[in-house]
Design a protein around this ligand. Structure first.
Ligand code: IVH
Length: 672
């Protein structure tokens, strides 16, 4: 393929992929199968590798992330990012509307919109291509988070059609869809990690992550609410939002009443009341309604105060809240032994559902609330799925109510609880003898991402545990058909399947076995890191905390948890049994034959085409010799391994950062 042909192909593929992306994510009308989409994306990736001079920073291949931002640059906004004046009072909305009618000339149209509860973003487009995305910051200057914003599928990188201004900024709100937020917390729970408190803060934290591939995996979303351009492109706000939709942005649907033109205060109130009632049916959080004067000429006439536009106001919803009585506090024991206190409440109706229980998080939270059994408490439903107790009505407290005492023994097995420094939660350390922990650990062990044992589900685990047939995961490997057949609901075929599934699990690779053990804080990613670094369980078991912390991304908390786990004799005995059963406790020799540490501590970016190796071969050589691969040049890059046709932008960046550029021959010399 000639360079010219390649450029053409890259252009058509990019356009085609963005088009499918728009249909899928913005319009929710898929126009291609996932498989075919992936094939096209792979084809584009390959061409971009072969012809790096044509790789575009707004290529659809950037959606999966990979670029690392070491430091987010500060950027001054072209137009300050102001805030909205807001109120919780409908009377003040009426006053505002009256004032507007007095100041502005002629008939006035309003636009009502949802007030998305997320993170404000300003995105600039030059000639239809995304050029930078900046956070609100202090309103005057924000942080450049373009690499991360490119991974949000509903934000176009190249605009559709050609009816957009050559240079403009669009502003909106990035948020964490509730379903994705819940999924994230479920994964964290499974890994024994602390849960995120709410979607807004998590969206904000996600956008500030250095590794854009993690941002890509989180599934953030965005609604756009304002176009800022030196040229006038429409007479009204409503019209310009519709235009933005035509350029490919995700805009609120007028059909679903997510945006509406209103002619008077009654229609405004109707919009507010509708969403005050319906807001919990949305898949994202809103904290109010924004009312804007529609016509741009009238907006200009009304102008701004020092902080906010006079032509807009936000009506904020009160968080859905009720009071009820705290009957008792109970405690749940998770699979890792973490104790979670739960408030048992007199049933009460809140935002459409009956609430009987609410989360209390941990002992500190109870102390902070100064909670006592019998108290009248405020219960609030925010973005979290489980409602929470936010305060106590002290005026209604029974003066004789005794102070609250947090438990000191495990409610399930009576073991003395421990609380490590820096941990918010108490733990039951009796992980091999505490029933919910035993069951939870076994369920985790057989789960899909761990040992993935076919023919064995959590109900069977419960049954076998209750019948006294299994006491630990190691017992699974001693199971015999004649123990199982007499049990209820055990047919010959299902017993056969189960035993085959257990047998097959002996081939599951080391990193998953390590994850399956359920060591606190050792989730999937950490297990992978540890397995690849130490290569055998014996080496991992003999590592001290200091050695562990030296591994990339392993902090002190994880290191200590690993050391504690393996120091326990019962765990050692369990591992011996699993070893004897034939589970994989090391990475097979052939996978790391010929490995060296010659490139340890060096990070490489590969660019261009090479004479003697393919790019994949080079990547593998880098890893085999202890180095790291990275997709983009940053101040962390040690070397750029450059072949034929290295992109000029990479070269420029390398020179600016003073990163050394080496040839294929130089590289070969380094690993000789
Ligand atoms: S218009 C001059 N419309 O609310 C500001 N803002 O204090 C014009 N927000 O951080 C903003 N939904 O990011 C506008 N439909 C909406 C909005 C909205 C959420 C956020 C905005 C800003 C805050 C305003």
């Amino acid at each position: 393929m000639t360079a010219e042909e390649a450029k053409k192909k890259i252009d058509t593929l990019s356009r085609e992929l963005e088009e499918h992306n728009h249909s899928y994510y913005v319009l929710s009308e898929p126009t291609i199968s996932d498989y075919n989409f992936d094939q096209l994306l792979k084809e584009l990736e390959k061409l971009e590798e072969q012809f790096p001079q044509f790789a575009d920073e707004n290529s659809p291949t950037k959606r999966v992330g990979g670029d690392i931002t070491k430091k987010f640059n500060e950027v001054v906004h072209d137009f300050p990012m102001m805030s909205l004046s807001n109120t919780y009072s409908k009377d003040e909305i009426i006053d505002w509307e009256n004032r507007i009618r007095k100041i502005a000339d002629g008939e006035i149209d309003y636009v009502c919109e949802l007030k998305y509860d997320g993170v404000a973003i300003g995105i600039k487009y030059v000639n239809g291509a995304m050029s930078r995305a900046v956070t609100r910051g202090d309103g005057t200057k924000g942080e450049d988070i373009t690499n991360n914003v490119r991974t949000i599928r509903t934000i176009p990188m190249k605009l559709k059609g050609n009816h957009f201004p050559p240079d403009f900024e669009i502003r909106g709100e990035i948020f964490y869809p509730l379903a994705n937020f819940q999924k994230l917390n479920e994964q964290r729970e499974e890994a024994g990690e602390a849960l995120f408190a709410n979607p807004r803060n998590t969206a904000s934290g996600t956008l500030k992550m250095q590794d854009s591939s993690i941002v890509a995996s989180r599934g953030l979303d965005c609604y756009l609410y304002g176009v800022y351009s030196k040229e006038t492109l429409a007479d009204s706000h409503f019209q310009s939002v519709q235009s933005a939709g035509e350029w490919g942005f995700k805009i609120p649907s007028a059909d679903h009443k997510m945006i509406a033109k209103c002619e008077n205060i009654d229609q405004i109130m109707e919009f507010i009341n509708h969403w005050d009632e319906q807001r919990h049916s949305l898949d994202f959080e809103i904290d109010g309604i924004v009312i804007k004067v529609n016509n741009y000429r009238q907006q200009e006439e009304l102008g701004f105060t020092a902080k906010s536009p006079r032509w807009a106001i936000a009506y904020k919803f009160k968080a859905a809240e009720v009071t009820t009585v705290l009957d008792s506090v109970s405690y749940q024991v998770g699979r890792t032994g973490a104790i979670t206190p739960v408030a048992n409440l007199k049933p009460v109706l809140l935002a459409g559902t009956t609430v009987k229980r609410a989360s209390l998080h941990n002992a500190d939270q109870i102390e902070k609330l100064d909670l006592r059994v019998g108290d009248h408490v405020y219960v609030e439903k925010g973005g979290e799925i489980i409602p929470k107790v936010t305060a106590v009505d002290l005026a209604k407290r029974d003066v004789s109510a005794p102070e609250f005492k947090y438990i000191t023994q495990c409610p399930e097995c009576n073991t003395q609880l421990v609380r490590n420094e820096g941990d918010a939660k108490h733990y039951c350390p009796n992980d091999l003898g505490c029933p919910p922990q035993i069951k939870g650990k076994m369920e985790h062990f057989i789960s899909r991402k761990a040992m993935d044992i076919e023919g064995l589900g959590s109900e069977t685990i419960d049954q076998l545990h209750e019948e006294g047939i299994i006491h630990s995961i190691a017992d699974l490997y001693d199971l015999k058909a004649d123990q199982l057949l007499p049990l209820e609901r055990m047919a010959e075929k299902s017993v056969e399947n189960m035993l085959e599934g257990i047998e097959a699990s002996k081939q599951v690779p080391f990193e998953r076995v390590l994850f399956a053990l359920g060591i606190r804080y050792v989730g999937e990613t950490v297990a992978k890191k540890l397995a690849r670094y130490f290569k055998t369980l014996d080496k991992l078991m003999s590592a001290d905390a200091e050695t562990l912390v030296a591994v990339d991304e392993i902090g002190e908390r994880i290191a200590q948890s690993v050391v504690d786990y393996f120091a326990n004799e019962e765990h050692q005995a369990l591992i011996n049994r699993l070893k004897n059963a034939g589970l994989q406790f090391e990475i097979p020799e052939e996978q790391f034959a010929g490995n060296t540490e010659k490139l340890k501590g060096f990070s490489f970016v590969i660019s261009g085409v090479f004479e003697r190796h393919s790019r994949d071969e080079l990547k593998e050589l880098i890893e085999k010799n202890g180095g790291k691969n990275s997709g983009s040049v940053s101040s962390k890059t040690s070397y750029i391994l450059a072949g034929e046709g290295m992109g000029p932008s990479k070269r420029e960046k390398a020179e600016k950062l003073g990163v050394q550029i080496i040839s294929e021959a130089d590289f070969e010399g380094m690993i000789m």
